[in-house]
Design a protein around this ligand. Structure first.
Ligand code: PLP
Length: 372
């Protein structure tokens, strides 16, 4: 260490870095040549559509000296056609994480309030803190009987006061896996000051199989303050490429574009994401596989009397009703990686991704030992 003492701005000085759960490259190196069961990051074990991998092998690599299209127009047009919106309603991001941070930067400043739920996605408080805004963390619905810790939309709406400049909700939510219906969202939006942007993070939209949940995209015409974020990281199996998108009123997208880095999505990601959109059959297979394996994991865990939050995502949140760290450590000793939840204020819970069949097998095979 040089002894140099950097002086970040007040908000940045108070910021804690995003917690990825584990140092996976280090864990992989330690486990090698054995493989880990990687169930901590909600990745899609089926990967992207096969056409994406074919295209990856045929990329014009000699073109790497060129900048990508700063407008990402080909991908935005493909997305716009699928969502039945105009391309001017879409902004691309280096993952939706980047877009969530940008939304906070665009709409909240010190003294402003940003409203989100307890147990909401980790990036909501990080984005809020990064801009020095005041977080308004609304208690989630209590876990009671079979009822999970979902967003309390009525309490969230009531918390949007005159100082609020931004609202974040996730549907379905990470890490709880919980969801709300399109009708509930419409009611929520009706009660909120129409000048306050409401961000609906739909990172797990591709896994939703209840038509009553639908998508907030269907409500964009009625609520111009709505912004929907999506990603290619989960259902499309492209977490390593970093592509997300925001859909909203052209005026909102215009504000995002003022702050967005000009070449924030790289050329390979732009090309492969567009190809991924062309195989809806793959998404069907991903959804069916996930539904199947998620049910299997949930049944195995519930059979030991554990509380498994209902989920419409590619993970389950399990409550052990006692400190989960020793349970996690015993799984880890067997090469099974899950996600600790202490940082979310859920130290009795672990979040378990739906992995490949062999990975899920391994988790269940070591379940009794982990609980011992
Ligand atoms: C994974 C995730 C994201 C971020 O995904 P990117 O890889 O940055 O696109 C956003 N929101 C939620 C709720 C997530 O779980």
């Amino acid at each position: 260490m040089s002894g140099f003492a950097p002086r970040p701005t007040g908000p940045v000085a108070a910021l804690k870095a995003y917690d990825p759960g584990h140092d996976l490259p280090a864990l992989r190196a330690r486990a090698a040549p054995a493989a880990l069961a990687e169930l901590g990051s909600n990745e899609n074990p089926l990967g992207p559509p096969p056409a994406v991998l074919d295209a990856l092998h045929r990329l014009p690599v000699a073109e790497v000296f060129r900048y990508p299209d700063p407008l990402g127009l080909a991908l935005r047009r493909s997305l716009a056609a699928r969502l039945d919106v105009d391309p001017s309603m879409i902004a691309l991001g280096n993952g939706s994480h980047e877009l969530l941070m940008l939304l906070a930067q665009c709409f909240a400043a010190p003294g402003d309030e940003v409203v989100f739920s307890e147990f909401g996605f980790a990036v909501f408080p990080i984005g809020t803190a990064a801009v020095g805004a005041t977080p308004v963390r609304v208690p989630a619905l209590p876990r009671a009987g079979d009822a999970p810790r979902g967003h309390d939309l009525a309490a969230l709406a009531a918390a949007v006061g005159p100082g609020a400049r931004l609202v974040f909700v996730a549907n379905p939510n990470n890490p709880t896996g919980t969801w709300f219906t399109r009708d509930a969202l419409r009611e929520f939006l009706r009660t909120i000051d129409p000048r306050v942007p409401v961000v609906v993070d739909e990172a797990y939209h591709e896994y939703v199989d209840d038509p009553a949940v639908g998508s907030a995209v269907e409500l964009l015409a009625a609520f111009p303050n709505l912004v929907v974020t999506r990603t290619f990281s989960k259902g499309y199996g492209l977490a390593g490429l970093r592509v997300g998108y925001a859909v909203g009123d052209p005026a909102t997208i215009d504000v995002l574009n003022r702050l967005r880095e000009s070449f924030n999505v790289n050329a390979v990601a732009l090309e492969l994401a567009r190809i991924a959109l062309d195989d809806p059959g793959h998404l069907e297979r991903v959804r069916a596989f996930n539904r199947d394996q998620r049910a299997r994991l949930a049944a195995g865990l519930a059979a030991r009397g554990l509380f498994v939050h209902p989920s419409m995502t590619n993970f389950v949140l399990v409550d052990f009703d006692r400190p989960a760290a020793p349970i996690e450590a015993r799984w880890l000793a067997r090469g099974v990686v899950v996600r600790p939840m202490g940082g979310y204020g859920l130290p009795t819970c672990l979040r378990i991704s739906v992995g490949a069949v062999a990975e899920n097998d391994r988790l269940l095979a070591h379940l009794d030992e982990a609980l011992s």
